[in-house]
Design a protein around this ligand. Structure first.
Ligand code: NAP
Ligand code: MG
Length: 454
């Protein structure tokens, strides 16, 4: 029997012990989900929709409880945590409209009728990281359940509390036993078993690119379906003709939100040389005003890092002698605190510039013109997100078409809406989540020809 002691990252104090599932318990849960699939897939579309709406309503009723749990377990600011719990309810409501709309097609053929069906896959294995425990779980289980699949979900070892609670709320909503199963445990045990167990028909993984590649390799043995949401090194591109005040005011939140532990973090700021000095002046004021404090405070804009390990990883990106332009403030003392940090690397070979830091560290680099900006932005193995700031509509269109990334925003840093697709180019991922097409990722298309001549 092994257990994991959850640590509150704000003060490094233990919160509670969580039992970690072993291989046997994982198999039992998968088999339970497999049996539940046989009845869940046949629940009528209207009834499945009602159950998902009920689930959404119960999550909404428990918004504050779930948010407080996330502050305790993950050190998220209370404002963010409320949004995250709200996002789960929104995703459930959005996909609750799917069961009655899971249309196939009727395709004209001679001598018969041809129809396509969207069939559920079976058991879906969802592997969740610690950076956004609630939303990332919901982006998987919302559409998966709506399409008639059952789910086994492994939260990150560090952050299982809200997932466990969501599992209980699902039962309270009347989602049948075995349909939605939360299995806290280690990636190397529970996660690996999702990949190797033949009853799990698809993996939805969010996390590091290296583990994502390993999972992709594992899935090949059974040609297992796979969605990957991996790392990012997104560019925030600020042109000379932009509203520099707005761009600078928004830039701290675009990278330091969730203490930079966000795959969409705009961790490379590219600024046109003509406005570089002006931008840096405004950016410094904004960074120093960014409120990194006890995440339970309503005013908090940033909390601690998730763990001592993550703090160590982030520190390594800012060694003695690093090109620090300026830093913001952070509490000292217990807890895994690291201040917002702005680097001005000499070149693009700098490690903090190239690699995903997953902490409150941003690199700023000047560029000369549009072509240069696009070239620098695309010089990355990642391609998840990014922003383009310009008042020139033609330029905004050209650059947003040229940047190789799945989620861009123009004169804005917002990249996530539950009703628009989300996912990465290049090594940032495979497939898309959210939006109107997410159901395709949780169904097989079956084509049936009915011969009318016999
Ligand atoms: P990670 O190892 O990729 O963890 C993500 C999830 O995968 C966790 O639930 C983890 O379980 C599980 N896992 C780990 N090894 C596995 C395996 N062999 N098979 C199946 N599942 C496995 O991420 P991390 O180590 O926590 O973070 C490391 C770095 O990854 C971060 O610094 C950041 O750069 C990146 N990251 C990116 C995202 C993102 O949203 N794109 C999210 C998190 C981390 P355990 O909790 O038991 O390890
Ligand atoms: Mg890991």
């Amino acid at each position: 029997m092994s257990a994991y002691t959850i640590i509150n990252p704000t003060n490094a104090k233990p919160v509670q012990d969580i039992h970690l599932a072993d291989l046997f318990e994982t198999d039992v849960a998968i088999e339970k989900a497999d049996r539940a699939f046989q009845s869940w897939r046949h629940v009528s579309p209207g009834d499945r929709a009602k159950l998902l709406r009920k689930f959404a309503a119960i999550v909404e009723e428990h918004n504050e409880e779930l948010a407080q749990l996330e502050v305790l377990n993950s050190g998220h600011t209370i404002g963010n945590a409320r949004w995250e719990a709200g996002n789960v309810a929104n995703v459930l409501n959005y996909y609750s409209a799917a069961p009655e709309r899971l249309f196939g097609r009727q395709i004209p053929v001679p001598n018969g009728i041809d129809i396509t069906f969207k069939e559920p896959l079976g058991v879906i294995g969802i592997i969740v990281p610690w950076n956004f425990p609630m939303p990332i779980a919901g982006w998987g289980f919302g559409p998966a359940l709506a399409a008639g699949n059952t789910v086994v979900l492994k939260p990150a070892e560090l952050t299982p509390l809200t997932a466990i609670r969501l599992g209980e709320l699902a039962l309270e909503a009347g989602i049948p036993e075995g349909v939605f199963n939360i299995i806290p445990g280690k990636g190397s045990v529970v996660g690996e078993r999702f990949v190797s167990h033949p009853a799990v028909r698809k993996i939805v993984f969010t996390g590091s690119t290296s583990v994502g590649k390993h999972i992709m390799q594992g899935c090949s043995a059974q040609v297992k379906r796979l969605t990957l949401e991996l790392g990012g090194k997104s560019a925030n591109i600020i042109f000379g003709d932009a509203d520099i005040e707005k761009a600078a005011a928004g830039a701290p939140g675009a990278v330091f939100d969730n203490a930079g532990q966000d795959c969409c973090a705009r961790s490379r700021i590219l600024v046109q040389r003509s406005v570089y000095d002006r931008f840096m002046e405004l950016f410094e004021t904004a960074v120093k005003a960014f409120r990194c404090e006890d995440p339970a405070l309503e005013t908090a804009e940033m909390g601690p890092l998730i763990s001592a390990t993550q703090l160590e990883r982030v520190r390594e990106f800012v060694p003695e002698g690093a090109e620090i332009a300026f830093q913001g403030n952070a509490p000292t003392g217990d807890g895994y605190w690291f201040p917002p940090t702005v680097l001005t690397p000499k070149n693009t070979e700098d490690r903090a510039y190239r690699e995903e830091v997953f902490g409150p560290v941003v690199s700023v680099l000047p560029f000369t013109d549009e072509e240069d900006a696009i070239k620098i932005a695309n010089d990355s193995e990642y391609g998840l997100s990014g922003s383009i700031w310009s008042r020139d509509i033609g330029r905004a269109v050209r650059v947003s078409r040229a940047v190789e990334a799945g989620n861009l925003s123009v004169n804005s840093n917002s990249s996530v809406r539950y009703w628009t697709p989300f996912g990465g180019y290049k090594q940032s991922g495979l497939g898309r989540e959210l939006g109107p097409d997410a159901l395709d990722a949780f169904t097989e298309t079956k084509n049936v020809f009915f011969d009318t001549q016999n």
